[in-house]
Ligand binder design. Sequence first.
Ligand code: KPL
Length: 293
Amino acid sequence: MFGAGAMGSLIGGLLSSRHDVTLVARQDHVDAIRRCGLRVTGMTELCTQPWAMTEVPAAPQDVVIISTKAYDTRVAVAALRRFWHTSLFLTLQNGFRNADIIARKADRVAAGTTSHGVTYVREGLVRHAGLGDTYIGTFRKVTTEEVKELAREFTSCGFPSAYSEDVRRDLWMKAIVNAAINPLTAIAKVENGRLLQIPQLHALMRQSCEEAAAVARAEDHQIQAAEAIKITERVALRTAANRSSMLQDIERGRRTEVSQISGAIAEAAERRGIPLPVVNALRLSVSELERHA
Ligand code: KPL
């Protein structure tokens, strides 16, 4: 598991109940895990002791899961060079370009989306604050059977996952969800569920989904606005108590994934000549917050 922030720690922790898992993480997180184990609270309660290190391990790995921030994907792939021709790579990140970046180097790539809400509380401890769906699909030189097997293994470790027939569409759908929920929660400094309770924020969330869905359609993914809105509302409801990853980044004075989510949608919109007033306003506001953080 390369990148053990909130999401990587949850998944890595769960997988370690049945598998030999190595988390590659920041020094303070690694030190805490080595001292007291990795703790997950909330919807999942566990304390586990996966291998944790700051360097890429030397031993061969069956599966390499990348769960870094999307702006770190290139660096992650370079660091994982020794597995390019031997391991199955799986990306479980925000943004829809990660699998393409990984597939430029790694031979075998699967891609997935997950909409669980997870908060990084402090080193060694994450909170599973909201349930979500996880879909995994083939991307490059991976068989359907291998991906189904992965999904089954994830499920049996307590991380329910399903095989996706069209993971590129799922990646777009997830980006639409993130482009609505993440900037709004980061700007308003509210938990995801508040977007459904504050009418003005709810209206902006819906408009953002409408705009981004039009871009997805122009990119040949059949995503209607009504479906995008319904899925986004469902994610906000199920992760109501979570602080989005973008809000967590702003609060910790860190760089956000706004360029890799809303920025990527904006680039596609510009290529296609599609106006994107709400998505762009939210994107620019987050960039300003980020600049001042
Ligand atoms: O992906 C997320 C994120 O915060 O990045 C959601 C699903 C919106 C959960 O907060």
